[in-house]
Each structure stands twice: as structure tokens, then as C-alpha cells.
Design a protein around this ligand. Structure first.
Ligand code: 1HN
Length: 347
């Protein structure tokens, strides 16, 4: 049932002024805006950011602004639905591209929002997370969960660029976002847990759980090489459906971060993929390949290193052209599941 509700204009001006003066407002003119029928009305507009557009401006930032004056040298991606300066690619997802030049370091800090990086370009970069030195190779997913110290460094010879994804919009909205700063960490002299404790899928250290419960974030680095192998094998031997693998906490099977989910996708060349409509918003980062995605009827052409956003409940068709394509989907389904409303709808 849908009835037309009363508008603000229908009310006498002197009544409207009286409400303003005591800091109250009538709900009914805004009721449908905050509670639309059957599905949300997203502010987010789908968009494709070409890496070839971002890269020259980011390298210019390297000339214009020393890292000491930036702390993090980042160009962030602005949702066209929100307009200039909005630190949001979707309602909950912040995405930026960060540049570190050879020899530079970005000092340690920890903050309430959680972050993850996907390495886009360059060799020799590393992030130290709570004392573990994590090498950054192309396509690697590297976590810096809320409350974990992290600093970045670069011992290679060419610029390093990575994508940052954070749940910052959510934390900012909650008035919960802040950081604590510290000098660079001294890394432990050993490979990170993805090379040691969690070297193989399905194996985790045997522990006396009463004395040594597993860490909340046991694995902070997910090397792309292994992810790509896993996707290719799954595509070869799985059914003919969508080839997707979720990044999980190897101790619990839960999403690797509490609010943001990360899903590695392989699109077989020439095959159209039509996922269900999800209540989660999403940002896709193209690791390799080229193709196009039609999102709510509008076509977005993409190639390697580009970033595409999609609002909640978007109808999406992906097509890889020429060769198989690999993407990582960043989404907020883990947050929505925790809040009890994550939903998928058939097309
Ligand atoms: C942050 O801590 C990093 O540590 C990057 O590299 C981007 C954007 C907003 C807030 C914190 C980093 C960020 C950020």
C-alpha cells in the first residue's frame, strides 16, 4: 500500500518556523525518502576509474608533495553520486591509490577503521603490520585491521602504487574514527605468517587453545600467485558457474576483516557472468585482463588496474574480452551479515 504523504509546503509558514526554532521537524514529508518501498534508493553511482587517468596525477603528487608532508600520498576515488571531496567510493567503502617512491617510508600509525591494500604496480614495497614485514607483490592482498600498527617502506628502484580500501566512511559516520601515531616499527627477522604458519590452505598451527588462543588476524598477507593458481584450478574442475574465492581468516573461516569482504574472481574469456543482485555495495579492482561490466544498464569498459564501483542491489553483467580476466571484489557483505540484513535477490 502506498499513499501520498503530506508535504512540508502544505504546512503554515509560522508552524514551520516554530518547529525550526525549537529544533524539531515533521517526519511525514521525509518518510518515503528514509524508507523507500521494497528496496533502498542508493546515492552511490556506478563508476569506472581508469588507472591510466589516475597514474600520471599520482606520479605528479610524488613531485609536488614530499611524503613527509603527506604521511600517506594518496588520491582517493570520489563517488560521482556524492560529488567533490566525498571520501567514499560507495556508502561504506573508501578506496584510494597510494604512491611510495624508492627509499621513502610512511610512518607507523594505528586507527579504528580497518584497511586492506591491493598491490597495483612496482616491486620492493613492503608494509610492516604489528612487527611482521609483509612484502608487496603485484596483486597481493595485505590487511591492516583496525588497531594494528602499520608503516610502509620501499627498497626497490621504481615507484610503487597500491590500492587502499577502508571501512572509513562507516567509522567516520559512527564518529569513531581516529589514529595514534608512532615511529617506524622494527620488523621481526622472519618471513610473514602466510609463508610460515599458514603456508598451505587447510593447515593451521596446533595450539593449546586454553593457553594460546589463535590471533584475531592470523594472516595479513594473501599472495596473489597462490590466489590465481587456486582460481584457475577451481575454474578447470568446478562447475561452469561463477569462479569466486573469498579471502578468509584461516583460523575461523570468517571474512578476513570484520566489515569488508574480499572476493577473488576469475571471468572466463567471452563468457557473460550475471551474479545475483546483492544488498552489499561493491568495488571491483581489475588484477589482469580486460572486458566490460554493464551495471544497471550502463556499460563500463575496463582493463587491468582499473577500479569499478557498484551500488547496493546493482544488476551487473561482467564480460571478459580476449583472455580470462581476474578481479578482486571489495564489498560490505560481512558488515551487513553482522547487522542481520544481508540479502541476495534473483534477477
Ligand atoms: C591509511 O592509514 C592509509 O596506512 C592509507 O596507508 C589511506 C586513508 C584514510 C585513512 C587512513 C595507510 C588511508 C589511511
Amino acid at each position: 500500500m502506498s499513499t501520498q504523504l503530506g508535504t512540508l509546503e502544505e504546512l503554515p509558514q509560522e508552524y514551520r518556523d516554530a518547529m525550526s526554532q525549537i529544533a524539531v521537524a515533521p517526519l511525514w514529508p521525509q518518510m518515503r525518502k528514509v524508507l523507500p518501498h521494497d528496496a533502498p534508493m542508493p546515492v552511490t553511482q556506478a563508476h569506472c576509474w581508469a588507472f591510466s587517468d589516475i597514474r600520471p596525477l599520482l606520479l605528479r603528487a610524488g613531485e609536488l608533495t614530499p611524503v613527509e608532508k603527506a604521511e600517506r600520498r594518496v588520491l582517493f576515488l570520489v563517488d560521482p553520486g556524492r560529488g567533490a571531496g566525498a571520501m567514499q567510493a560507495t556508502s561504506t567503502i573508501y578506496v584510494g591509490m597510494q604512491l611510495l617512491l624508492p627509499g621513502e617510508t610512511a610512518p607507523a600509525h594505528k586507527h579504528t577503521p580497518s584497511a586492506a591494500r591491493i598491490v597495483v604496480e612496482g616491486e620492493g614495497g613492503y608494509t610492516v603490520v604489528d612487527g611482521d614485514r609483509l612484502p608487496m607483490e603485484a596483486g597481493d592482498l595485505i590487511l591492516t585491521p583496525g588497531g594494528c600498527w602499520h608503516d610502509h617502506g620501499h627498497c626497490g628502484s621504481k615507484p610503487v602504487i597500491w590500492l587502499d580500501a577502508l571501512d572509513l566512511p562507516l567509522f567516520y559516520y559512527l564518529e569513531a574514527s581516529y589514529a595514534v601515531e608512532a615511529p617506524l616499527q622494527t620488523p621481526r627477522n622472519r618471513p610473514d605468517p602466510s609463508e610460515v604458519e599458514y603456508r598451505a590452505a587447510g593447515l593451521a598451527p596446533a595450539r593449546r587453545r586454553d593457553i594460546a588462543p589463535p590471533p584475531s588476524y592470523p594472516m595479513m598477507r594473501f599472495p596473489w600467485k597462490r590466489t590465481e593458481q587456486a582460481l584457475r584450478e577451481y575454474a578447470r574442475h568446478g562447475d561452469n558457474g561463477i569462479v569466486e574465492l573469498d579471502y578468509i581468516n584461516p583460523e575461523t573461516g570468517a571474512s578476513c576483516l570484520p566489515t569488508l569482504g574480499f572476493t577473488a574472481m576469475m571471468l572466463r574469456q567471452g563468457k557473460s557472468v550475471k551474479p545475483v543482485r546483492r544488498s552489499a555495495s561493491a568495488v571491483f579492482h581489475v588484477i589482469a585482463g580486460k572486458g566490460h561490466s554493464t551495471i544497471n544498464g550502463k556499460r563500463h569498459d575496463w582493463s587491468a588496474k582499473d577500479v569499478i564501483s557498484a551500488p547496493v542491489f546493482a544488476a551487473i553483467d561482467h564480460v571478459a574480452e580476449g583472455d580470462d580476466a581476474f578481479l578482486i571484489r571489495i564489498h560490505d557483505a560481512p558488515l551487513q551479515e553482522k547487522l542481520g540484513f544481508y540479502e541476495e535477490r534473483n534477477r
